[in-house]
Write a protein of this length. Structure first.
Length: 634
């Protein structure tokens, strides 16, 4: 039996089987896959004790996963199509935004269950559980209904910013209501004249006699900037104080509530900040993308003046890692929908011989190309899950760091991997979403099946929080060549080499995946060479634009190699578990599926890195030749 057959046969997730005309795919939470990564591959018990979360044992983690799974399946998944069809509605007179039918009620249930404060410190009204456990919650909700999940997801970044950068007074005043879900938060960066180039931000902040500031300006592309979920919204805003330096060095960070509080704790009736309009978008229709107007709006400085961009990166990195979840979720949803359809849909006979003689045609799951598409979606979702959970576990240490140096070291390591996660996983997730449509053939293009919505929703993932090109420049330019000068790259490589050395040398007699370990090692060495070569071309050959023209291929190469390391770890963990002769057959099938999917990744996906490697080595001359674009005077 081929490893492709093993991987698909042993899925065992209970995905709802389609009828002759299935409607939108119903999400089934991959609980066993999640537990495999946290408890077994990443050794959850050991990690949480080391990180100072002894109470976060396997029983507690299982309870959180199971309850989140129920909410995702029973409440959020059925609302996904509703949100797409109805969308958010803006009232130009009142400046209010109404969310789709059932969405506000779903949020109220979510808040009542205490999910929003899961990883907020107990001192500020949260449950004090690790942020990595919040990532599990976020994945389940994101896959079931990405657009709904944006509302509480953005608020997590707002809370993290206040926890790490806010004053004690700001924490005490705002965090409890954000933690219990009474209020939600957003971030406001982009303006009409600038996208990612925040050095062009013009919003002004003028200091008042009472220490507050008056902000004036317009922000665009503000996800969930206005809505009816909560009575108040806390905006984290970038602006310039008077006489501030030009560029990003002059930016400061401000806390701006939608409604100001009166002396008795009640909220004022007049809005402090208003939504002028919302965008008409390709996808994520239920999430209002707002134009926000600040007109003598009262705000409060967060942290130090002119440290705004540095502090905002706390929020941005949270958002970027969160956005990578969209790629994971799109791949998972494409796989679940595609698998359901392929098991039922009959078309032609399999090339290897008839599989269903009692039917006029074989189910398309027996066709090799359909399996290629399904396994690509599966390999992306499961590989991304392991990558993202490992990085989220790093944040468990950061929030409990004893010194600033310790926190900075963890932040740098996470910062190195963040553009890889955000850039590569959203690109692969979008590819997987498209493959989901392709598995259905013409039916995939029809709205009622749900696959085309997955594509439209996933498309934004490669754009917001910085496009793939911006992530690539961040990785290659800032994280490797300029800001960190390769420190975190070296630390990550050291970790990978230590692992593959164990497989190739220490355990060479017992290791079952020596070929895969050798492949990871070889690709890591090529990664080092590629980095050095691009740097040489930029400096010695005076080809500065090569940093830009090679960066996306460098990013994708980095992503494929990083994912191969995590797939190797999953394969080795599964192989070790299979040595237990007392395993139930369902568990044996599960572990065999992991190894089979891992082999598919190494044989059918990792080779893609070779083309990115070759492309990244080329100079920028052809790309930057004006004649190629018609010789126009640019």
């Amino acid at each position: 039996m081929s490893f492709a057959t093993t991987a698909l046969r042993a899925v065992g997730r209970g995905v709802i089987v389609s009828q002759a005309r299935c409607m939108s795919v119903q999400f089934k939470a991959p609980v066993r896959d999640i537990q495999f990564v946290i408890d077994e591959v990443l050794e959850g018990d050991r990690h949480y004790v080391k990180a100072g979360y002894e109470e976060c044992n396997e029983e507690l983690r299982a309870s959180v996963v199971e309850e989140c799974a129920k909410f995702a399946e029973d409440v959020l998944s059925p609302l996904n199509k509703v949100g797409d069809e109805e969308g958010a509605k803006h009232d130009p007179k009142t400046k209010d935004v109404k969310t789709p039918t059932g969405w506000k009620e779903a949020y109220e249930s979510y808040a009542a269950l205490g999910w929003q404060g899961l990883s907020v410190p107990e001192a500020y009204g949260g449950q004090g559980l690790p942020t990595s456990l919040n990532m599990v919650k976020a994945e389940l909700f994101a896959t079931a209904n990405w657009t709904w999940g944006m509302f509480p997801g953005l608020s997590i970044g707002c809370m993290n910013t206040l926890i790490l950068c806010g004053s004690e007074e700001q924490k005490q005043k705002y965090l409890p209501k954000l933690a219990d879900g009474t209020w939600l938060g957003t971030m406001c960066l982009t303006e009409p004249q600038c996208g990612t180039d925040l050095g062009q931000v013009k919003t002004k902040a003028v200091k008042q006699g009472d220490g507050s500031y008056k902000l004036t300006g317009t922000k665009i592309f503000i996800s969930c900037g206005e809505h009816d979920f909560t009575e108040n919204i806390v905006h984290i805003v970038l602006a310039r104080t008077e006489n501030s330096p030009a560029g990003t060095k002059g930016l400061s960070l401000f806390l701006v509530p939608k409604y100001l509080e009166n002396s008795d704790g009640s909220l004022s009736k007049e809005k402090n900040v208003t939504c002028g309009s919302i965008e008409s978008k390709m996808g994520i229709h239920g999430s209002p993308t707002c134009v926000m107007h600040f007109e003598d709006t009262v705000g409060y400085l967060i942290g130090q003046e002119f440290k705004g961009l540095e502090q905002m990166f706390v929020f941005m990195n949270t958002a970027r890692i969160g956005t990578a979840l969209q790629g994971l979720g799109a791949a998972e949803l494409a796989f679940q929908g595609g698998l359901t359809y392929a098991r039922d849909r009959g078309s032609m006979r399999a090339l290897s011989g008839t599989k269903a003689p009692e039917k006029v045609a074989d189910p398309i799951i027996h066709h090799g190309d359909v399996r290629r598409m399904l396994l690509t979606c599966k390999a992306v979702a499961e590989g991304a899950r392991c990558m993202m959970y490992d990085v989220s576990m790093m944040s468990d240490y950061m929030l409990k760091a004893r010194t600033e140096a310790e926190r900075k070291a963890i932040d740098e390591e996470m910062g190195f991997l963040t553009p890889i996660l955000k850039g590569c996983i959203t690109e692969l997730g979008l590819e997987a979403a498209n493959l989901g449509v392709q598995c259905y053939g013409g039916h995939g293009y029809i709205k009622e099946w749900g696959m085309e919505q997955n594509v439209r929703d996933a498309r934004i993932g490669t754009l917001y929080e910085g496009t793939t090109g911006i992530q690539a420049l961040d990785l290659l330019g800032r994280k490797i060549f300029i800001q960190q000068k390769g420190r975190s790259f070296g630390q990550f490589a050291k970790r990978v080499f230590a692992y593959t050395k164990k497989q190739l040398i220490d355990d060479r007699k017992t290791s079952q995946h020596k070929w895969e370990a050798l492949s990871v090692t070889r690709h890591m060495l090529q990664w080092f060479y590629l980095t050095g070569r691009i740097g040489f071309n930029a400096q010695a050959n005076k080809d500065r634009e090569v940093i830009s023209t090679s960066s996306v291929d460098f990013l994708m190469y980095s992503g494929y190699v990083t994912m191969s390391y995590y797939w190797l770890r999953m394969m080795d963990t599964a192989a070790a578990k299979l040595k237990d002769s007392s395993l139930a057959q369902s568990e044996r099938d599960f572990y065999e599926a992991k190894i089979a999917t891992g082999k598919f990744y190494f044989e059918r996906m990792l080779p893609r890195a070779k083309s990115h490697y070759a492309l990244a080595l080329n100079s920028s001359k052809v790309t930057m030749d004006d004649r190629a674009l018609g010789g126009l005077p640019f």
